[in-house]
Write a protein that binds this ligand. Structure first.
Ligand code: ATP
Ligand code: MG
Length: 337
């Protein structure tokens, strides 16, 4: 552990590009906290396979795509360790040990597991999918992380991770750290359709990698207050997705826009233009950083290799303690037959 610093562990599934929801839910906190904390960011490719086992051809592209998203968003590879989950076999070993004392019913009743199973149309959940919160508990605790910056869908999983750590420490020896969730300013950003949460897979996202033209076009087509037909009709910002985005991404102008919308003095077209402008100014520095890294794929690969090497050595150290605590370090002591 970096001297005196507490540790963060968080990450994403490489199932697609990162979007504004990821940014306000978790990524912005990671960028903000990376100086203060020893930060580890996991690209959870094994967890991606729990729902995407048949689409493995996209994995490699998404692993590199998400790394670019991180670097573009301001994750500094000098301060944060970015690594690939499948390349740390000790995580899978620890998952197996945790699975010995984790109840299947607890997993079945986990609200996020239930809603994701419904979203993916799983009638009969696979062993791997049902168990992914156990593997997530291993991801976090193998790094002895104190803090986990996440969106609110992750709260039941962090709760489970805390229970597993407590159980392990009680059963064997107190070697693991109980993690805490840190939910972002916007725990669940709504999508452009105004219905579901903004998501990689629902075609309702503004991606961090979108060009300014794409952002303009997506915001132009975003859902607003359906009762507002003419510009002079009084609007209802409280039910308008575009206003929700103003509140989150354009806080300085939100109060003025709210009153102009209610009085019918700003129309939806002008209101959307102001939002798109604001989003583009936020995304512009990210586009610049992305451009630099995109022109240097070798450097991006090296960042991942170095991060994975560092994460692996931390995980190895924890597992020595875990095996000792569980008395499965058979060759480490004298034997008496
Ligand atoms: P998938 O549909 O593949 O599960 P996802 O969009 O849910 O993708 P994840 O990789 O599962 O993304 O989640 C990464 C992190 O981003 C989690 O901490 C999650 O809570 C957060 N997050 C995802 N979508 C949003 C959103 N719309 N608002 C706030 N946080 C979000
Ligand atoms: Mg998800």
């Amino acid at each position: 552990m970096q001297q005196g610093k507490k540790r963060i562990l968080t990450g994403d599934r490489p199932t697609g590009n990162l979007h504004l929801g990821h940014y306000v839910g978790s990524l912005a906190n990671r960028v903000k906290l990376q100086k203060e904390y020893d930060s580890f960011i996991i690209i959870a490719d094994v967890q991606a396979l729990t729902t995407h086992w048949e689409k493995d051809e996209n994995l490699s592209r998404n692993v590199y795509g998400i790394t670019l998203d991180y670097l573009a968003a301001g994750i500094d590879p000098e301060q944060s360790t970015i690594f690939i989950q499948s390349m740390i076999p000790e995580i899978h070993e620890l998952t197996m040990y945790y699975s010995m004392f984790t109840s299947v019913n607890v997993l079945r009743h986990n609200p996020t597991v239930k809603s994701e199973a419904a979203q993916h149309g799983f009638q009969d959940m696979t062993y791997g999918f049902l168990g992914y919160p156990v593997s997530q508990a291993a991801d976090i605790s193998i790094f002895k992380a104190h803090l986990v910056p996440v969106g609110d869908d992750q709260i039941p999983h962090i709760e489970l991770a805390r229970k597993i750590v407590r159980r392990f420490n009680d059963l064997y020896r107190p070697v693991l750290v109980e993690p805490e969730a840190l939910v972002g300013d916007v725990p669940r950003l709504v999508g452009l359709d105004g219905k579901a949460k903004m998501s990689k897979s629902l075609n309702n996202a503004v991606f961090l990698s979108d060009s300014s033209e794409q952002v303009d076009q997506k915001i132009r087509n975003a859902v607003t207050d359906p009762a507002r037909i003419r510009k002079t009709d009084p609007g209802h910002p409280e039910i308008c997705t575009v206003f929700e985005y103003h509140r989150v991404f354009n806080a300085g102008e939100a109060a003025e826009i709210e009153s102009d919308c209610r009085s019918g003095s700003i129309g939806c077209v002008a209101c959307k233009k102001r939002l798109a402008h604001q989003l583009n100014s936020m995304l512009e520095p990210m586009r610049e950083r992305r451009g630099k890294y995109q022109n240097n794929p070798k450097q991006v690969k090296e960042i991942l290799m170095e991060g994975t090497r560092k994460a692996h050595s931390v995980a190895r150290e924890t597992m020595v303690e875990v095996r000792q605590a569980m008395n499965i370090n058979y060759f480490d002591h004298e034997i008496h037959l």
